[in-house]
Design a protein around this ligand. Structure first.
Ligand SMILES: C[S@@+](CC[C@H](N)C(=O)[O-])C[C@H]1O[C@@H](n2cnc3c(N)ncnc32)[C@H](O)[C@@H]1O
Length: 383
C-alpha cells in the first residue's frame, strides 16, 4: 500500500468528507442561483503534507474542487465567483501556504484568494467582509481545542447563508477535561461554555455521548443552526479519535451531508481494515490477504447491519410521531435525519417498510401511482 495517507487514515477520512461535501455544495449553490461561493479555512496548514504541491492539504483540495466546479458551471452560461480565505498562524507554514496558492488567485476568472497570517479569531472582521453577499462554508480544523472560541467566531457562524464544518478533537478534549489543573479546565470555557463541568455531569449519558451533546449544543447556539450533526472518525485502535461536526440551516444541506457521511464511513471502514491487517502482519508475522472486493463487501456488510439497526430505531421514532400526523414526508425526513445517522433514501425505506406492514397508509401509491417510495408532498399518516 503506497499512499500519501498511509498511517493517516483519519486525515484521509476528513479530507474525503471535505472534498465530497464541498463538491456537492458548490454545484448546488452555483447552479441554484448563488453568484458567489466563499470558502473559509480557519486553520489551513500545510501540516504534515507529503506532496510537493500540497494536494493532500485541505486548502489545495478546496482549490481543486472549486476550480473544477466553477469551470463546469460556466459551461451552462453562468459566471460564478469563488472567494477563498485561508488563515494560518505559523509563519513558516504561512510562507508555504502563500507560495502554493498564489498562482490560483485569478480575478479575471472570478477566482479570488485572500490569505491571513495570524490567529483565526483575529481574522473575523476581514472574513465577514469576504463572505458578505455570498454563500459561505467555513472549515475549522485545529490541532487542539483552542483557537475558535465561540464568543469570538460567532459572527462567522451566524452568517445566515452559511454552514460550518469542524474537526472536533475528541480524544484530546476527553482526556484534558478530566484534568485536575484549573488552567487547563478553564481553557474549555470558550467551546463548552460557563460551568461546563456541572452541565456535563447533568447529562445522564456515557461520557463520549455527553461530551458530544454538550459540544453540539454550544456549536448550535453559536450559529443558531437548524441542524448540527457529528460523524465519529475512529482510530485504528478503534477508539474514537475525532468527530466531524457540521452545522446548517438547510434541510438540503442535511440530506447532502448524510450522503457524504455514509460514503466516507464506508470508505473509511475499508481502509481501517487494511491498516489493521498491516499491523497484524508486523505483530504475528502472519498476513491473511483479502482482495479489494472482499474488503469492500466486509465494510458494506457491517455498514448495512448498522443501518438496519438505526432504521429500526427510526421506525419507533416515526411510530411515536403518528398521533400528530398527517404530515407531508418533507416534514418527516429532516427531523429523522437530524436525529439518526440515515440518508434521505433510508428515510423513504422506513416509510415503505411501515407501509408494507400496514402501520402507515401507502399514500404514494394512491390514484394508480406506480411510485414505490414517498416524495416530499406525500402525506405520512395512519391507515
Ligand atoms: C490540523 S492543522 C490543519 C490541517 C489542514 N486543515 C489540512 O487538513 O490539511 C492546523 C493548522 O492550524 C495552525 N494553527 C494553530 N493555531 C492556529 C490559530 N489559532 N489560528 C490559525 N491557525 C492556527 C497550525 O499551525 C496548523 O498548520
Amino acid at each position: 500500500m503506497t499512499s500519501v495517507y498511509q498511517g493517516r487514515e483519519q486525515t484521509e477520512a476528513k479530507h474525503f468528507i471535505l472534498r465530497r461535501y464541498l463538491q456537492t455544495l458548490a454545484f448546488k449553490t452555483l447552479h441554484g442561483g448563488w453568484g458567489t461561493l466563499a470558502y473559509i479555512d480557519g486553520f489551513s496548514g500545510p501540516w504534515q503534507s507529503r506532496t510537493p504541491d500540497h494536494s493532500d492539504s485541505s486548502f489545495m483540495i478546496a482549490i481543486q474542487v472549486l476550480k473544477d466546479a466553477q469551470e463546469k458551471v460556466r459551461e451552462s452560461g453562468k459566471r460564478p465567483r469563488i472567494k477563498c480565505f485561508f488563515v494560518e498562524e505559523n509563519p513558516d507554514s504561512f510562507t508555504q501556504l502563500q507560495a502554493a496558492v498564489a498562482a490560483h488567485h485569478d480575478p479575471a476568472s472570478g477566482f479570488y484568494i485572500e490569505t491571513f497570517n495570524g490567529k483565526f479569531e483575529n481574522a473575523v472582521t476581514q472574513i465577514q467582509r469576504t463572505i458578505a453577499n455570498s454563500f459561505a462554508l467555513t472549515f475549522i480544523d485545529p490541532t487542539g481545542w483552542t483557537g475558535y472560541e465561540f464568543a469570538k467566531v460567532k459572527p462567522i457562524f451566524e452568517h445566515a447563508q452559511g454552514e460550518v464544518l469542524l474537526n472536533f478533537m475528541f480524544d484530546f478534549v476527553n482526556r484534558f477535561t478530566a484534568s485536575s489543573d484549573p488552567v487547563t479546565l478553564t481553557s474549555f470555557d470558550g467551546i463548552l461554555g460557563d460551568k461546563w463541568k456541572q452541565r456535563l455531569d447533568a447529562f445522564s449519558l456515557p461520557r463520549e455521548e455527553a461530551l458530544m451533546a454538550l459540544f453540539r449544543e454550544q456549536f448550535w447556539k453559536a450559529g443558531k443552526f437548524n441542524y448540527v450533526l457529528s460523524t465519529p472518525i475512529e482510530k485504528i485502535s478503534d477508539r474514537t479519535h475525532f468527530h466531524i461536526v457540521y452545522g446548517t440551516r438547510s434541510p438540503e444541506g442535511l440530506a447532502a451531508y448524510r450522503d457524504v457521511e455514509y460514503a466516507a464511513l464506508k470508505d473509511h471502514g475499508m481502509r481501517r481494515a487494511a491498516a489493521r491487517q498491516v499491523i497484524q502482519e508486523a505483530k504475528t508475522g502472519q498476513f491473511v490477504l483479502f482482495g479489494a472486493e472482499e474488503m469492500t463487501s466486509m465494510a458494506e456488510l457491517s455498514m448495512d447491519a448498522q443501518i438496519a439497526n438505526i432504521k429500526n430505531q427510526a421506525k419507533d421514532w416515526l411510530r411515536n410521531q403518528l398521533p400528530s400526523c398527517p404530515k407531508p414526508f418533507s416534514e418527516i425526513w429532516p427531523p429523522m435525519l437530524d436525529q439518526f445517522m440515515l440518508r434521505k433514501t433510508d428515510a423513504k425505506q422506513v416509510c415503505v417498510e411501515l407501509g408494507k406492514a400496514g402501520e402507515i397508509r401507502e399514500t404514494w401509491r394512491l390514484n394508480g401511482s406506480r411510485r414505490r417510495t414517498p416524495d416530499d408532498a406525500d402525506k405520512i399518516e395512519r391507515p
